[in-house]
Structures are given as C-alpha cells and as structure tokens.
Design a protein around this ligand. Structure first.
Ligand code: IPD
Ligand code: CA
Ligand code: CA
Length: 270
C-alpha cells in the first residue's frame, strides 16, 4: 500500500513543480493583491491560480478524492473520511508579495484523518521537503534522520510568529518572555509550512503558533511524524485536519519543556 502513496507523492511533486514555475514566472509581472479577513491578510491572483491548477489535476486523476484549499476548495467538507488533499497554494503570501522569497506550496494527502503524503516546496530556494507515511522524510534526495536526540531550551532555536511582539492577550506574556529569554534564540520566517519543515530537518528545534489552519500544517505533520518530532496543540491533543488549532512542534524532550511554558497560564483560552 505504501507503494501507492509513493506514486501519489511522485505525481503530486510533478504538479507542484509546475505550480512553482507559475509562481516564479509571476514575479516578473505586477500582482493583483487583495485583502481578506483584515488588512494584513493578503491574497493574490496567484493563490487562486495555483489552487485551481492543483485541484483540477486532483479531480481529473483521482476522481474519488476530496480537496480542501485555503482559498476556495472544499468549503462544504465536514469529515476526513476517505482520501482528502489539503492544499495551501502559497504559504507565506506576505513574503511572496513583499520579499519574493520564503514562500512555499504545501500539499498533504490524508486518508481517514491519517497523513499519508506531505510535500512542502520552498519555491525560491528550490528545496523539496517530502514524506510518505512509514517511508521516511526527505530534503531533496537526502533522507532525514528518523529520530532526533534530546535538546534543552538553552540550546534550542525556536520558530515563533513575529506578531507575538505585539500584545498577546491569549497567553501569559510573562511566561512567554521567560521562555524566549531561556532559549538560545528565536526565529520568525513568516511561513508555517517552511517553519515546520525546518523543524523536521533540524534547522529549528521547535515551532510554536497560536492559531494555524490545517493547510498551514497538514503537510508538515507528515514530515514531522517521519522524523520523530512531537506535534500537538498547546493542550497536548492531535491537531484537527478540519479546524484551526494552536500548534507546538518540537523534539520530544523540548516539547515537554515548552508545554510547561505554554500551559502555565492562568485562565487564558487558546
Ligand atoms: C500564514 C503563514 C504564517 C502564519 C499565519 C498563516 P498564509 O499563511 O503560514 O507564517 O503565521 O498564521 O496564515 O496566509 O501566508 O498562507
Ligand atoms: Ca498558510
Ligand atoms: Ca496561503
């Protein structure tokens, strides 16, 4: 059966490669940029174009599969039964617009809620993070280690959302400040999919975000499972594939340590 998912992954990689070319080509033209839920929530015509390109190919080639995408696809899907593709056509749209760098296409294939294939394509760096359930995770052609050794917070570099610098009413700020001070350093790349892939390949030791959607992390979850990284919500649950979640991804020992900072809250709701 895992041969089947390997083939699905190889097929998806070809489509993502073509979608990546579309994104690179579009950087020479002027973009149509709009806002969604708030003035910082950007979307471009390329987000829609890439999502449509991928969903059309999935519908043609895998007619029994369902698709959820950030922009349009799968709004009525309420169950993870069967095979579900979860797509973020551009993760890091703000980077795509402002920096033309540090953005990804993220594609996951999930069967009955279990991640089978994960692809995070770091477009401008041409880096492929791929994984098939039970077959390991890869950075380009290099297999990533299946387990990772312990690390403590003073030796760890943690990925955080930059907006945490603004007042964060949903957390115990003192506890967060303490955690940041105790860490070796923090980083913020503005693309959750790449940040999770960086945890999988060891460029980051952990990643924390207050609120992400399944298309931000579904592919990352497959990579992380294959590399022995623990991923949960702040409450220690498995993240849902249909709803928004808090996300805490870290090597097992560090995950425990970080949980103590995040969960050491006094009546805060996440
Ligand atoms: C965003 C990025 C960002 C994360 C946001 C996401 P988008 O995705 O992953 O790093 O902090 O919560 O919405 O909008 O660029 O696809
Ligand atoms: Ca995203
Ligand atoms: Ca997006």
């Amino acid at each position: 059966m895992s041969e089947y998912w390997e083939n699905v992954k190889n097929t998806a990689v070809k489509w993502v490669e073509e979608a990546g070319r579309m994104l690179k080509d579009s950087l020479h033209d002027s973009l149509d940029i709009q806002t969604k839920s708030n003035p910082n929530d950007l979307v471009t015509e390329m987000d829609y174009k890439v999502e449509r390109y991928l969903t059309e190919r999935i519908e043609q080639n895998f007619p029994g599969h369902k698709t959820i995408g950030e922009e349009e696809a799968g709004r009525n899907i309420a169950s993870t039964e069967g095979v579900l593709w979860i797509i973020d056509p551009i993760d890091g749209t703000t980077n795509f617009v402002h920096q033309k760098y540090n953005f990804a296409i993220s594609v996951a294939v999930v069967e009955n809620g279990h991640g089978k294939v994960g692809i995070v394509y770091n477009v401008m760096q041409d880096e492929w993070f791929t994984a098939v359930d039970g077959r390991g995770a890869y950075l380009n052609d290099k297999k990533l280690p299946e387990t990772c050794g312990p690390v403590s917070l003073p030796e760890a570099v943690i990925g955080l959302n930059g907006r945490w610098l603004a007042r964060e009413t949903r957390s115990d700020e003192a506890s967060l400040h303490h955690m940041v001070r105790r860490s070796r350093s923090v980083r913020s790349y503005g693309t959750a999919a790449i940040e999770l892939a960086f945890v999988a390949c060891g460029r980051l030791d952990g990643y924390i975000s207050f609120r992400l959607s399944p298309w931000d992390y579904a592919a990352g979850l497959v990579l992380l499972k294959e590399t022995g990284i623990t991923v949960t919500t702040f409450q220690g649950d498995s993240p849902s594939m249909l709803q928004q979640n808090t996300i805490l991804a870290a090597r097992p020992t560090l995950h425990e340590e970080l949980t103590s900072y995040l969960y050491n809250h006094k009546g805060f709701t996440y």
